[in-house]
Design a protein around this ligand. Structure first.
Ligand SMILES: NC(=O)c1ccc[n+]([C@@H]2O[C@H](COP(=O)([O-])OP(=O)(O)OC[C@H]3O[C@@H](n4cnc5c(N)ncnc54)[C@H](O)[C@@H]3O)[C@@H](O)[C@H]2O)c1
Length: 255
């Protein structure tokens, strides 16, 4: 099976690094036109430059996903440049490893900041992507949740509760937008090697050691391990999949 993105336009948030960047590269390599959306500006413009340098088609749109206006404009700019929107991937996210712990004394800014990006930011991305997709009568959305969305193990309470909430958003879109020809699926990555998302982890070496010993496949994942599943779910090959929750975790949630 060959997956082609010829003639497809994708908007990907958090695409300046990690899973978002890896997905942008895959979709562009498959012939898709890609809006590389997110902050910081240097990250998204570097990924778009790289794609264009390799003969692909990309634009960068610096966007803070927690800002409604900026998200709306990112969809407008994508449609202005490429004429439509077939695919939206909501990958932007943060994890406040140090602050987002101990609910009984949680700094409430940690809750607000995490939910503004990880939960509200995904809702806004879906909202404005859907507005365009409903008009077109077609589209596919991939929401990047996490295995913390289906387990209570993570110490980061705002993070894991937001990732759980995204599964509800995924179901809502799947059920209520199928009639518009729009699909939505959630990808639940397991623990990945360090990315900017984890740069302030309390104990990166201890985490890596523990994960390498615990994960049945014996290693942490990489963005490149996750991106093919995301790209598949955005492609026409997954045409009957909607509302699904796709765990990609080296087997850890099966223990
Ligand atoms: N890395 C992991 O172990 C892991 C595991 C499960 C789920 N995830 C989820 O995968 C998604 C992608 O994370 P990643 O692993 O690729 O890490 P990452 O840090 O490389 O990617 C997240 C991207 O989002 C961007 N971003 C942060 N705040 C933003 C904002 N307000 N507006 C726009 N962009 C913003 C970051 O700059 C970064 O480019 C996140 O939602 C994360 O929660 C990651």
């Amino acid at each position: 099976m060959k997956i082609s993105f010829e003639g497809k336009v994708a908007l990907i948030t958090g695409a300046g690094s990690g899973i978002g960047a890896a997905t942008a590269r895959l979709i562009a390599a498959g012939g898709g036109q890609v809006a590389v959306v997110g902050i910081p500006e240097a990250g998204v413009s570097a990924v778009a430059d790289e794609i264009n340098g390799e003969g692909g088609q990309a634009i960068s749109i610096p966007t803070d996903v927690s800002d409604s206006k900026q998200v709306e404009e990112s969809v407008e700019k994508t449609v202005e440049r490429f004429g439509k929107l077939d695919i939206a991937v909501a990958s932007a996210g943060i994890q406040m490893h140090r602050e987002d712990v101990d609910l009984h004394r949680l700094p409430e800014e940690a809750w607000d900041r995490t939910h503004n990006v990880n939960y509200r930011g995904v809702m806004l991305t879906c909202k404005y992507a859907l507005a365009q997709m409903v008009e077109q009568g077609s589209g596919s959305i991939a929401i990047i949740s996490s295995i913390t969305g289906i387990s209570g193990r993570s110490a980061n309470v705002s993070y894991m509760s937001g990732k759980t909430g995204l599964l509800g958003l995924n179901r809502h879109i799947a059920v209520h937008y199928a009639k518009h020809g729009i699909r939505c699926n959630a990808v639940l990555p397991g623990a990945l090697e360090l990315t900017p998302n984890h740069d302030r982890h309390l104990d990166p070496d201890g985490r890596a050691k523990l994960m390498n010993e615990t994960i049945p496949m014996g290693r942490l994942g990489t963005p490149e391990d996750i991106a093919p599943t995301v790209a598949f779910l955005c492609s026409d090959q997954s045409r009957y999949a909607t509302g699904g929750e796709f765990v990609v975790d080296g087997g850890i949630t099966s223990i």
